[in-house]
Design a protein around this ligand. Structure first.
Ligand code: GDP
Ligand code: GDP
Length: 443
C-alpha cells in the first residue's frame, strides 16, 4: 500500500491561469510517466514532486464538472471543497487584470482557514513591478509570489513555497500488508449503507483498533480471519454535515481514499447510470494503479428481466472503457444482496496484484504469443526477445523487443489481454514497458 500524498489545491476565479499553472507544475513529471492507454479525459489531478517531496495537485477549476450555475457560486463551492480537503491552498490571481471583486471574495473565504495559503500572481512575465502595488497585498494573504505559468518564470519559487508549507510526511505504511479497501463514488450512491451492511454482518468482526490516527478513521473487518481495512470510514459517515453545494465535489475525498487503498470499489447508482463524475473517479483509480471493482448499487430499485444485467454491463463497459479489467457486481446495500461479494472480490484482486510470474513462464508466454500472432508492422516482424516482471501491485512487466517503435497501441493491448488471459490478472491495472534490444545480425 502506498502512502497518502498531501494535497495541494489551486483555487481562484476563472481565467487567472489555474489550469496552465497546473500543467506547468506537473509538466516535467508527465513527460516521464508512461501514457495511460485510452485516456482522453482532462487531467484534474496529478502527482508532482519538488525538493524530494511528492504531493498531489488538484485544479479545482476543472472540478466544476457540471459547469452550470452562477460563477460566484461555483467559485465558492470550489474553494469550500478545497478548504475541506487540501493541505495547502494556492490562491491564483491574475497580474494582468489586477485584483477583482471575485478575488476579494475568494480571499475572504480563505482567510478563515488555518491551512497555509500561498498567493500566486500569474501572468507577470512582463510586469513584475506591479506586484509592489498594494492591491495584491490588500488581499491579506501575505507576500504575493509572482509567476508566469506560460513562461515558467517564478514557478520554482512557488514550488519552494508549496514544498515548505506541506505537512510533515506521513509514516510510510507500505509495510502494512492488510488489504485496504476504499468505497468511493458520488454522494448518495450508498457508500455508508454498504459500510453499515458489511459491518453489521454476522460473518464480519469489526474491531475499532485504536493506536494510530489512521485507525481512528478506518474500520477493520475480519472475513474468514482475513483482516480488511475499510479506508476513511469516518469520512464516509461524516457526510451528513457537509453542505449540499459542496458535497457534489466530493471527488477530492475519493482521491485521498484511493491513494491509501489497494482495491477501490467504485459505487455506481443503478438508477442514475454512469455520470461524468463516476468516470473521473474511475479514471483516478486506474491512474493510481489500484485494484478496481465496479459495484452497481440499488439494484433492488431496477425492474429486471433476464437481459437487464447484460445490457447494463454493456453500457458500463462502454462508458468506463479504462476500467475494462474491473469486475462488475450488482448489489443492494439496502437488502444486502451480494454485498459480501464485494469483499470476496477485493480479497481475490489483492492476491492477484501480488502475483509474481517467473521469467521462465514469461518467456514461454512471449514465444507462444509470437508463434500464434506473428506480429508484424509495415512488413517488419516484431520480435519479443524476453520479458521480466519488474513490479507487483500493479503487476508491471518489461519486454525487450527488436524495435519498440513497431509496437502499435493495439499490439500493446493484445499483449496485455493475453497476459491477463494466461495468468489471470483480474481487477487490476497492469503496466507494460518495452525496451529496445537489437541483435547485431538483424535489421
Ligand atoms: P483557469 O480558468 O484559471 O484555469 O485559466 P487558464 O489556465 O485556462 O488560462 C486562462 C488564460 O490565461 C488562457 O488564455 C491562458 O493562455 C492565459 N494564461 C495563463 N497563464 C498565463 C501567463 O502566465 N501569462 C499570460 N500572459 N497568459 C497566461
Ligand atoms: P452515500 O452518500 O454514498 O454514503 O450514500 P448513503 O449510504 O447515505 O445512501 C443514500 C441513500 O440511498 C439513502 O437514502 C439510502 O437508504 C439509499 N440507498 C443506499 N443503498 C441503497 C440500495 O441498495 N437500494 C436502495 N433502494 N436504496 C439505497
Amino acid at each position: 500500500m502506498s502512502r497518502a500524498l498531501p494535497l495541494v489545491a489551486l483555487v481562484g476565479r476563472p481565467n487567472v491561469g489555474k489550469s496552465t499553472l497546473f500543467n506547468r507544475i506537473i509538466g516535467e513529471r508527465q513527460a516521464i510517466v508512461a501514457p495511460v492507454a485510452g485516456t482522453t479525459r482532462d487531467r484534474l489531478y496529478a502527482e508532482a514532486e519538488w525538493n524530494g517531496r511528492a504531493f498531489t495537485v488538484v485544479d479545482t477549476g476543472g472540478l466544476d464538472l457540471e459547469d452550470q450555475g452562477e460563477v460566484t457560486v461555483r467559485i465558492r463551492n470550489q474553494v469550500g471543497l478545497a478548504l475541506e480537503e487540501a493541505d495547502v491552498l494556492v490562491f491564483v490571481t491574475d497580474g494582468l487584470a489586477g485584483v477583482t471583486a471575485a478575488d476579494h471574495d475568494v480571499a475572504q473565504l480563505l482567510r478563515a482557514t488555518a491551512r497555509p495559503v500561498i498567493l500566486a500572481v500569474n501572468k507577470t512575465e512582463k510586469q513584475v513591478a506591479r506586484l509592489d502595488a498594494t492591491e495584491f497585498w490588500a488581499l491579506g494573504m501575505g507576500e504575493p509570489c509572482a509567476v508566469s505559468a506560460v513562461h515558467g518564470t517564478g514557478t520554482g519559487d512557488l514550488l519552494d513555497l508549496i514544498a515548505a508549507a506541506l505537512p510533515p510526511a506521513e509514516p510510510d505504511d507500505s509495510e502494512d500488508e492488510r488489504l485496504h479497501v476504499a468505497f468511493v463514488g458520488r454522494p448518495n450512491v450508498g457508500k455508508s449503507s454498504l459500510l453499515n451492511k458489511l459491518t453489521g454482518q454476522e460473518r464480519m468482526v469489526v474491531s475499532g483498533q485504536a493506536g494510530t490516527t489512521r485507525d481512528a478513521v478506518d474500520t477493520v473487518l475480519r472475513y474468514h480471519g482475513e483482516p480488511i481495512v475499510l479506508v476513511d470510514t469516518a469520512g464516509i459517515r461524516r457526510r451528513g454535515r457537509v453542505a449540499p453545494g459542496i458535497e457534489k465535489y466530493s471527488v477530492m475525498r475519493a482521491m485521498r481514499a484511493i491513494e491509501r487503498c489497494d482495491v477501490a470499489v467504485l459505487l455506481i447508482d443503478a438508477v442514475d447510470g454512469v455520470t461524468e463524475q463516476d468516470a473521473h473517479i474511475g479514471g483516478y483509480i486506474d491512474e493510481a494503479g489500484k485494484g478496481a471493482i465496479i459495484a452497481v448499487n440499488k439494484w433492488d430499485l431496477i425492474e429486471k428481466d433476464e437481459h437487464t444485467a447484460d445490457a447494463f454491463t454493456e453500457t458500463l463497459r462502454n462508458e468506463l472503457k479504462f476500467l475494462a479489467y474491473a469486475p462488475i457486481v450488482y448489489i443492494s446495500a439496502l437488502t444486502g444482496q451480494r454485498a459480501i461479494k464485494v469483499i470476496e472480490l477485493a480479497l481475490q484482486i489483492h492476491e492477484t496484484r501480488s502475483l509474481r510470474i517467473s521469467t521462465g513462464e514469461l518467456n514461454r508466454f512471449t514465444s507462444d504469443l509470437q508463434a500464434r500472432h506473428g506480429l508484424t508492422r509495415r512488413g517488419r516482424e516484431i520480435k519479443l526477445r524476453y520479458a521480466t516482471q519488474v513490479a507487483v501491485s500493479p503487476p508491471s512487466f518489461l519486454f525487450f523487443v527488436n524495435d519498440p517503435a513497431l509496437l502499435h497501441f493495439s499490439y500493446r493491448r493484445l499483449i496485455e489481454n493475453q497476459l491477463r488471459e494466461r495468468f489471470g490478472f483480474e481487477g487490476t491495472p497492469m503496466r507494460l514497458f518495452f525496451r529496445e534490444q537489437r541483435r547485431k545480425d538483424e535489421d
